[in-house]
Design a protein around this ligand. Structure first.
Ligand SMILES: [Zn+2]
Length: 263
């Protein structure tokens, strides 16, 4: 079974029914992140409708400054969540640099919870890659996923050394060549990550017209297979077994292991 380890399923809106049908017909497990408390509640509702939605709770770092008066609620909610994401630090999209220390405070709350409960974290690190990795050193976490990596190639070895999982996304598709500075050089990252440390994500849904989950994920699988000079089957198999390895020691996630093995 294919797994999309980072998508915003609650953003499908009027296409939700169609997207749910798509994952059930094709057997795709969606780790569905949230970016604030309302989107987490929407994601929980989706998880009640479908066992193929694995809900993750997070407050996106770009919204950190709006949540400083809700840290207690966030901590409580985080303690009960199956996974934590999307959480992290951001210097790429955050216009006001004075918000950055607030992002750190918020991320610390999530990491304290992750450490205490043994919860897997899904990390947004844009523009703050080394700062996030440095902060992680203060915690003993079960494990985590690096999402949407735009950092320096030189830091990728460090990510590999820390045994964090690296999620490949659509940014390696040719259509992003003009959009992402240094796109061509970045392609090297795809071949640097070992077979046992990569996962797949779409960060979907894309803006309307929204691509359905399987199609969006297949485009990533095909592109990564091409860049790693291997087959689609091989990429699919590795990414699925890597996800099983990631979640295997968390008893709260055993339901998803069963679902994946049944498919
Ligand atoms: Zn995202």
């Amino acid at each position: 079974m294919l797994v999309d380890v980072h998508n915003h399923f609650s953003y499908y809106q009027e296409d939700t029914d169609r997207a749910l049908k798509d994952i059930h017909e094709n057997g795709v497990l969606m780790v569905s992140v949230s970016t604030d408390i309302p989107s987490y509640n929407d994601t929980l509702e989706l998880a009640r409708r479908s066992e193929l939605i694995l809900p993750a709770f997070g407050v996106h770092p770009i919204y950190a400054h709006e949540h400083m008066d809700q840290l207690d609620t966030i901590k409580r909610t985080a303690d009960e969540a199956l996974m934590l994401g999307e959480i992290g630090l951001d210097r790429k999209w955050t216009a006001d640099a004075s918000y950055f220390p607030l992002q750190v405070s918020l991320l610390e709350k999530f990491l304290e919870s992750a450490q205490k409960q043994g919860t897997i974290v899904i990390l947004h690190v844009a523009g703050a890659e080394s700062e996030t990795l440095d902060l992680l050193e203060n915690y003993s976490l079960r494990n985590g996923i690096i999402h949407d990596y735009y950092g320096p190639i030189s830091l990728v070895e460090k990510i590999i050394d820390t045994d964090l999982y690296f999620a490949f996304d659509g940014s390696y598709l040719k259509s992003y060549e003009q959009e992402i500075p240094g796109w061509k050089e970045r392609l090297e990252i795809v071949t640097m990550i070992p077979d046992d440390l990569f996962l797949l994500e779409t960060d979907g849904p894309n803006k309307p017209p929204r691509r359905m989950p399987l199609k969006a994920l297949q485009m990533v699988v095909e592109r990564i297979a091409e860049l790693r000079k291997t087959s689609v089957e091989e990429i699919s198999a590795h990414s699925s077994s890597n996800f099983l390895n990631l979640i295997k020691d968390d008893p709260r996630l055993s339901k998803y292991i069963t679902i994946m093995k049944q498919s």
